[in-house]
Design a binder for this molecule. Structure first.
Ligand SMILES: [Zn+2]
Length: 324
């Protein structure tokens, strides 16, 4: 049985159970938080996150996959404190989140790198996956990168190639933040494929923001998993279109190519806390169980297809070719 690293240690992939493939615990601008700490109460935030995850566990979710990497405020010690207080599996990531340039830390390092394998960024990702993060022993189990509306900028391309290189070195799967409106998933696929990535181990995140079946099936036909992973962000794509698209793709035989999630967070500092309830009232961990799954079943999606999207596809993604 293949195993996958979680914050509390390795778990058999067969025991991951119902898995939400893209949920954050915290999304923070750490430098802002450190310098302007008025809004932050560490103990209260950790307790709140643990409570929210325990509620999610009671709803039937066994595992969340948290793609919070450098650029999104990753702090594994804080995540471990949450994991110690909750009974859900949390899988964490290595990688870098940028829509454009790399952080200055990397700008003058690795300029001379002749290949992604010798980029210092790659070595950092590989160390997170193989030795653990920041001396905690907690290992990342997947890689995360992003390509947004700006497309394949030099910085974005560098990160994509470094992620593909770390994937080749370790076998860890990949999640890409994409912007389907500009077709950026296709661009990511081209770069990752050119670097030799196994596309069946790649989630094209935020694909559910699109209802363009031609775009979505071209990613899925190449082997990628479609992240139908922003349920609740209805201002980017209305609820009806999100569920209709998943139902239609399932009807066409793509249930084994989709995963479901919210891209929600226990706490995200990008918005005033009171703002989220106004602009995205359904954007919370309960939405999938309360609203999305009943709507999918109503539209003819079978229980077996739901099971594929929530259990079997995540298991296969983390098991790898040998453990599938
Ligand atoms: Zn996200």
């Amino acid at each position: 049985m293949a195993q996958v690293e979680t914050v509390r240690g390795p778990v058999d992939t067969g025991r991951l159970g119902t898995t939400l493939m893209h949920e954050h615990v915290f999304v923070l601008n750490e430098e802002i938080r450190l310098n302007y700490p008025a809004d932050w109460d560490e103990e209260a935030r950790v307790a709140d996150a643990a409570a929210k995850l325990n509620t999610l566990r009671q709803r039937g979710c066994d595992t969340i996959v948290d793609p919070t990497v450098i650029g999104l405020g990753r702090d594994i010690r804080r995540i471990r404190r949450v994991a110690d207080r909750s009974d859900i599996n949390i899988i964490v990531a290595a990688g870098l989140y940028t829509y454009d340039e790399v952080p200055f830390y990397f700008r003058y390092r690795g300029q001379q790198s002749r290949s992604p394998a010798s980029d210092p960024m790659t070595a950092m990702f590989v160390a997170d996956l193989t030795h653990g993060i920041a001396g905690t022993g907690v290992k990342a189990a997947f890689l995360k990168c992003a390509i947004e509306e700006k497309g394949l900028t030099p910085g974005v391309e560098r990160v994509l190639r470094a992620v593909a290189s770390a994937h080749a070195a370790t076998g860890a799967p990949i999640t890409v933040h994409t912007h389907p409106g500009s077709g950026s998933g296709l661009e990511a696929m081209r770069v990752l494929a050119a670097e030799g990535a196994d596309l069946s181990r790649v989630v094209m995140g935020h694909s559910g923001d699109s209802a363009d079946l031609g775009y979505l099936t071209s990613l899925a036909d190449a082997g990628c998993l479609l992240g139908m992973d922003r349920f609740g962000l209805d201002l980017l794509q209305p609820f009806e279109q999100r569920v209709d698209t998943v139902a239609e793709l399932a009807r066409r035989g793509y249930a084994d190519r989709m995963v479901l999630s919210h891209d929600a967070a226990c706490y995200i500092d990008w918005f005033r806390p009171d703002a989220i309830g106004a602009f995205a009232p359904a954007w919370h961990y309960g939405h999938l169980f309360d609203d999305v799954l009943p709507a999918l079943l109503e539209r003819g999606v079978s229980q077996a297809q739901v099971e594929a999207m929530l259990v079997a596809n995540p298991r296969r993604y983390f098991s790898g070719p040998a453990g599938a």
